[in-house]
Ligand binder design. Sequence first.
Ligand code: HEC
Ligand code: HEC
Length: 187
Amino acid sequence: MGSALSASPDAVAKECAYCHGKAGASTDPEVPIIGGYSTEFLVNNITTYRDHERACPDTKYRSGPKKGKTTNMCQVAHSLTDSDIRQLAVYFSKKKFVRAKQQVDAVLAAKGREVHEYYCEKCHSEGASEANDDAGMMAGQWMPYLRQAFDEFATGKRPIPKKMKLKFDQLSPEDMNALVHYYGSIH
Ligand code: HEC
Ligand code: HEC
């Protein structure tokens, strides 16, 4: 994959689209929306997959010639060079973050908003919708993916920024559930 990219980021981005959808606007609740994240965040996370510093659970190609075949994000990023990764990151950062439309519990979402404002808004500003925070984007992200991310941070399968850990460790399971409903309610 790496060598193909040096020729054309579009060609490799097509491979990403088999799971992340057109322009990173995933329509599959298990696959995160990645279009519109900041370049910095994307470079960091694709690199941590390539270097096996972040968990990469098995998943399957959703479409394309390898549809149904098992792989994971570490394998996908395996042969990418630093320059490939930057090009891909720039490509996806220029796309629009298309928020998912999801069913939420309004009472939980309201509680989640309070939890967010108290613990998370400082770094995930504007209700976690500001790409330039370089902290990902939770507003309108798929709820099943957010649950997975919380679980990976809580169990140490994904590196967690030190100052985020101080806040994150104070959350109860109920707080986390409410947060997922809050972020899912933003669209
Ligand atoms: C076979 C399906 C598949 C393919 C192909 C794929 N991804 Fe993924 N990607 C996933 C899944 C599922 C996750 C979430 C689970 C995980 O962490 O492994 C993910 C997670 C990510 C994340 C983390 C997002 C976040 O919010 O932290 C990034 C960034 C990403 N992929 C970029 C890419 C890029 C760039 C490509 C193409 C080079 C690509 N992916 C190809 C399935 C895929
Ligand atoms: C001191 C700053 C800081 C605080 C406070 C903070 N975070 Fe983060 N958060 C970050 C940074 C930086 C990242 C990006 C880390 C990375 O690249 O994996 C991040 C990433 C995340 C992600 C992954 C997003 C994605 O798309 O994969 C989730 C989920 C998250 N934070 C949840 C929370 C929650 C919930 C709170 C409040 C309890 C919180 N964070 C508080 C800095 C912070």
